[in-house]
Design a protein. Structure first.
Length: 284
C-alpha cells in the first residue's frame, strides 16, 4: 500500500496529524535549503487535499529550484483557493516581470545561499537598512530571493553586493560611505536580502565585529529603533510573510530562512545615521 493510500484510509484526526507532520517536514527542508525535498513533501500534502499555504510553499521551493513557470502556476493555484492571499498575489506580480526576462527556467539557488537568521534581528547601533543601486538585469535578479545572504566587497569608494555567486548591485552611497571607513579600520559585517522587486532590492546589514580602533563608534547611530521583532523561524514559514504570531517557538540562532518580505520593518536607515561623528581621540 502506498503512502497516499494509507493516508486515504486514516481517520480525520490521524489525517490531520499526518498533514501537520508533513508540513513540519516541508518547513524544515526549506529552512535547510533542501528545496527538492521541500517540493516533494508539499506535493504529498497536496495529494491529501488543496490548500493555499501548501501551494505557496511548493511555489517557493520551485522558484528556488529555478522553475519559474511552475512556481507561477502554484502561486496562481493558491490565489484561486484564497483570492485575498497576499503572498501569492505579490509573487505572481514579480514573476510576471521575471518570466519575460528570464524565461520559464533559471539557475537554481546555490547551497548555503541563505543567511543565518541572527542577521535579521534588529539591534540598535548594530543593524541598518540599505537599498542597492546599479542592479543587474531581471534574469539575474530572478535567482535572488528574500533571506539570501549578501557579501559586501569594497571597490574604491563603492561597496559592491554579491549573492548566489553574482554581483547584485551597489550599496547606496549614503550608507556605503560610513561603512567603507569602518571596514578599512577593521570592522566586519554580514548582510541579507530583506525584500526585492524587479527594480528594488533592500538589505539589512549587521556589524559582527568591531575593531578596537573603532571603540565608541557605532555603525548605525540612531538608525535602528527599539522593537520586539523576532527572527523568521520555522513557525512562520507556513505563512511566509504573514505577521509573526505571539506563540512562536524559541528562536534558533543558526536556523536559516526563506523569505523576509514582511518580517522586517519597511523603514530604511535614516540619513541621520550617516552624519560624520567627531572622534573623541582627535579632540585637543
Amino acid at each position: 500500500m502506498t503512502f497516499s493510500e494509507t493516508e486515504a484510509n486514516t481517520s480525520p484526526a490521524a489525517a490531520t496529524r499526518i498533514k501537520r507532520t508533513l508540513a513540519e517536514q516541508a518547513i524544515a527542508s526549506a529552512a535547510a535549503g533542501k528545496w527538492s525535498e521541500a517540493a516533494d513533501t508539499n506535493r504529498r500534502l497536496l495529494e491529501m487535499g488543496p490548500e493555499a499555504d501548501t501551494e505557496n510553499r511548493l511555489a517557493k521551493a520551485l522558484w528556488e529550484l529555478g522553475e519559474l513557470g511552475s512556481a507561477r502556476e502554484h502561486y496562481q493555484a493558491a490565489l484561486a483557493l484564497d483570492p485575498t492571499n497576499r503572498i501569492a498575489e505579490r509573487n505572481i506580480d514579480r514573476l510576471r516581470t521575471l518570466l519575460v526576462a528570464a524565461g520559464e527556467k533559471t539557475v537554481p539557488a546555490q547551497d548555503g545561499s541563505k543567511a543565518p537568521v541572527r542577521i535579521f534581528v534588529e539591534e540598535t547601533g548594530k543593524t541598518g537598512f540599505a537599498h542597492l543601486i546599479d542592479l543587474p538585469d531581471a534574469k539575474k535578479l530572478a535567482q535572488v530571493n528574500p533571506g539570501d545572504s549578501v557579501e559586501m566587497t569594497p571597490e574604491g569608494n563603492r561597496l559592491i553586493a554579491f549573492s548566489n555567486g553574482m554581483r547584485i548591485g551597489v550599496v547606496e552611497p549614503r550608507v556605503a560611505a560610513r561603512l567603507l571607513k569602518l571596514i578599512a579600520e577593521g570592522n566586519k559585517y554580514l548582510a541579507g536580502v530583506t525584500s526585492l522587486g524587479a527594480q528594488d532590492v533592500r538589505i539589512i546589514i549587521r556589524e559582527i565585529y568591531q575593531d578596537p580602533r573603532n571603540y565608541g563608534k557605532v555603525s548605525f547611530p540612531t538608525a535602528a529603533k527599539s522593537t520586539d521583532l523576532r527572527p523568521y523561524t520555522k513557525g512562520t514559514l507556513l505563512r511566509e510573510d504573514e505577521e509573526i504570531e505571539e506563540d512562536l517557538e524559541d528562536d534558533i540562532e543558526d536556523e536559516e530562512i526563506t523569505d523576509l518580505d514582511r518580517v522586517l520593518p519597511p523603514e530604511d536607515t535614516t540619513d541621520e545615521a550617516f552624519i560624520e561623528e567627531t572622534d573623541e581621540n582627535d579632540e585637543p
